[in-house]
Design a protein around this ligand. Structure first.
Ligand SMILES: NC(=O)c1ccc[n+]([C@@H]2O[C@H](COP(=O)([O-])OP(=O)(O)OC[C@H]3O[C@@H](n4cnc5c(N)ncnc54)[C@H](OP(=O)(O)O)[C@@H]3O)[C@@H](O)[C@H]2O)c1
Length: 241
């Protein structure tokens, strides 16, 4: 919470995309614990039962969904402090087996999904003179792993890592920080088997949702950090393993 010029305590507001499941659902809980009001978006999500959470349904790659997030969520709460670009897609295949549909899904969800809402959020942040953008990318984009072909993730998430630095520089003088969190395998689907995958990770275990949310909340409080790609990967990107 922060105190406005009139002495009124204002609650900060965050947009979280891909908020209905996995890391996104964990982020909604972490930001609510930190006192934020939340605009939570996902492909399919019903009305929220929490008056401090507005749910907005729609495909994040469609600019109309970004417009809805702003008009139904941000305009209603009256300010915007943080945007977390969490919605994303991941398809692992040998490169020559990717289909046109795989390509379209990976690029639209990860890149168009970033572009439309980030543009709208930055317009608000620029006018108010502060703000924070965090994007969830993926370690595999920078550190490909033998036996885990994921070139389309490199194409999409690599672009997000790159634009994080570009926007950090472009907006630094306007009081806006831009960071990324780059996770390795995170246990977001409890019913799935992660057997054997620990061998790829120096710390010897699969990541948990809380490992990612705690990194995002660190960046939230780290006022001198911008343009950072924070690896939450059990040491995977530190070197060969
Ligand atoms: N889990 C991992 O191992 C891992 C590793 C590295 C990076 N990441 C990245 O972390 C982020 C979150 O991953 P996760 O595993 O937590 O995801 P998840 O459990 O599969 O949940 C995905 C969320 O994104 C929403 N979503 C998917 N496509 C969307 C679209 N086109 N428009 C709007 N919402 C959409 C889903 O909404 P619905 O539920 O309504 O479909 C859901 O809320 C992603 O960017 C992912 O690439 C994950």
């Amino acid at each position: 919470m922060s105190e406005s010029a009139t002495g009124v305590i204002d609650e900060k507001v965050v947009i979280i995309t891909g908020a209905s499941h996995g890391i996104g659902a964990g982020l909604v809980a972490a930001y609510r614990d930190a006192g934020f009001k939340v605009v939570a978006s996902a492909l399919s999500v019903g009305p929220s039962t929490d008056p401090n959470v507005v749910n907005v349904a729609g495909d994040i790659s469609d600019s109309k969904t970004a417009d809805l997030i702003m008009s139904e969520g941000v305009d209603r709460f009256g300010r915007l402090d943080t945007l977390v670009n969490n919605a994303g897609a991941y398809i692992s295949k040998p490169f020559t087996q990717y289909t046109r549909a795989d390509f379209d899904l990976m690029l639209s969800t990860n890149l168009a999904g970033f572009f439309h809402i980030t543009q709208r959020a930055l317009r608000v942040m620029e006018a108010q003179g502060w703000g924070h953008i965090v994007t969830i990318t993926a370690t595999v984009a920078e550190q490909p792993v033998k036996g885990v072909p994921a070139a389309l993730a490199s194409l999409a998430k690599g672009g997000l890592n790159s634009v994080t630095k570009a926007l950090a520089i472009e907006y630094a003088s306007r009081g806006i920080r831009v960071n990324a969190v780059s996770p390795t395998i995170i246990r977001t689907h409890p019913e799935a088997s992660y057997a054997g995958l620990e061998a790829q990770i120096p710390l010897g275990r699969i990541g948990e949702i809380e490992d990612v949310t705690s990194a995002v909340m660190y960046l939230e409080s780290a006022r001198y950090v911008t343009g950072e790609i924070s690896h939450v990967d059990g040491g995977q990107s530190a070197g060969h393993w």
